[in-house]
Write a protein that binds this ligand. Structure first.
Ligand code: SF4
Ligand code: SF4
Length: 429
């Protein structure tokens, strides 16, 4: 029995941080005195005062640096001088890495659940936890390498990001996509060949990104359209795939990359690695030895030569290349370097157009070296800078009725549907 129920790989309180609040009442009730009253932090577990060392957001903003940031696994392979640079308080650069569930193609959370409570919806690929079937095994919590499933101790059920499917079903972007003030989130349909999932997931680290991209199919290709129709994909979904901004970022421009693809869950959320400000220590640094394909390396060199007075070297950026490669390239720099070089080439090209202090032939040569045509540069500029809601979110009608028809009589389903739970989730049920 111990072997069945024992799950030794659960995150501990230390992983989620000890929750705390502040003694706010002291601000009002403190006796008269000559000093300003303060609200000391109190543990929400013991009620005793605690010395905060780390916490959500607290840690993001480097409050817990000596413990968490300094031991970040993504720093693997980053030379000491660059680590020092990254942590030096006066040279800090922030880039936030907003992580929701990746709604993976090969979701380890789904594979791990002994009750079959997690599933990936056939019609849109959203990964969900069936709250009625969840039996609190918490195998999904342990299995998700991205730590995107959380256990709710009040209901005794696991919970996770649902990609706001009720919003999607009514044609609205998920809440965090909709409300993002930085307008960094885009949403669209990708058609993929599910038969390749196993083969791709078994490929060596260095080939995973290419494999993942190969699996994503061209929605304009007649063979793909025919195969999609044969598989019951509605024409409106195919049309959405053809207009998908995500397809442009991932497959056409190749500037968006999956996070930690070496986990092999084939994540379907993609990130554009950030260009960061230049380092203050430039003279003190020796150039890095080339580590990836010579082609992409020479791309960067040309750009750096042309733009040295305008924009910083990619290799001299404050966020080290190896750090970004660990996040987005399974430790390999090539794809990250390509994405950064292309973004930088677009900047140079736009500078030539809007400010005019770069020769246009020179800017075009930089674009060519970065594998980018002027039309593509214009499209990248428009979709990243001048985009509207309709450009960013291309959401097809969800056709839930068809998905329901596959499983049961729609009239029977109508009686069971409604907002929220017909019977609330309870422990043991
Ligand atoms: S990110 Fe984690 S929770 Fe989300 S689908 Fe992938 S494995 Fe499952
Ligand atoms: S707002 Fe919606 S899409 Fe965003 S993390 Fe929450 S559930 Fe997921």
């Amino acid at each position: 029995m111990f072997n069945i129920f024992h799950n030794p790989h659960q995150p501990s309180m230390d992983d989620y941080y000890e929750p705390w609040t502040y003694d706010y009442q002291h601000l009002f009730n403190a006796p008269d005195g000559t000093d300003q009253p303060t609200a000391i932090p109190l543990s929400m577990v013991t009620g005793e005062p605690i010395d905060i060392e780390a916490g959500p957001n607290w840690d993001d903003d480097l409050g817990g640096s000596p413990i968490y940031a300094a031991n970040d696994p993504n720093l693997k392979g980053v030379p000491d001088d660059q680590r020092h640079q990254l942590m030096a308080i006066e040279r800090l650069v922030y880039f936030y890495f907003p992580r929701i569930c990746n709604h993976c193609l090969n979701p380890s959370c789904v594979a791990a659940c002994p009750s079959g409570a997690l599933y990936k919806r056939g019609e849109d690929g959203i990964v969900l936890v069936d709250q009625q079937r969840c039996r609190a095994w918490r195998a999904c919590v342990a299995a998700c390498r991205y730590k995107k499933v959380f256990y709710n101790r009040h209901t005794g059920k696991s919970e996770k990001c649902i990609l706001c499917f009720p919003r999607l079903e009514t044609g609205q972007a998920p809440a965090c996509f909709h409300s993002c003030v930085g307008r960094i989130r885009y949403l669209g349909v990708l058609l993929y060949d599910a038969d390749q999932i196993e083969t791709v997931a078994k490929r060596p680290d260095a080939e995973l990104i290419d494999g993942h991209r190969d699996m994503i199919l061209d929605p304009h290709a007649p063979t793909v359209i025919a195969a999609a129709r044969a598989n019951g994909v509605h024409d409106s979904v195919i049309e959405s795939a053809q207009k998908s901004p995500v397809y442009q970022f991932v497959k056409v421009w190749k500037i968006a990359l999956p996070p930690h693809i070496e986990y092999r869950t084939l994540p379907m959320l993609f990130y554009v690695p950030p260009l960061s400000p230049v380092m203050a220590m430039r003279e003190d640094r020796s150039p890095h030895a080339p580590r990836e394909e010579n082609v992409t390396r020479s791309v960067t060199s040309t750009i750096d030569h042309v733009s040295q007075d305008l924009f910083h070297d990619i290799d001299q950026a404050r966020v080290p290349m190896q750090f970004l490669a660990n996040l987005f390239g399974a430790g390999h720099e090539g794809k990250v370097r390509y994405a950064l070089a292309k973004q930088k080439a677009v900047r140079i090209y736009r500078r030539a157009i809007t400010v005019g202090d770069v020769d246009m032939p020179k800017a075009e040569r930089v674009l060519r070296d970065a594998d980018c045509s002027p039309e593509q540069a214009e499209a990248i500029y428009r979709l990243t800078s001048l985009c509207t809601f309709d450009d960013r979110f291309v959401i097809p009608p969800m056709h839930r009725e068809e998905a329901i028809e596959m499983m049961k009589d729609p009239h029977e389903h109508r009686q069971e549907a409604g907002f929220g739970f017909l019977s609330g989730p309870r422990r043991g049920l």
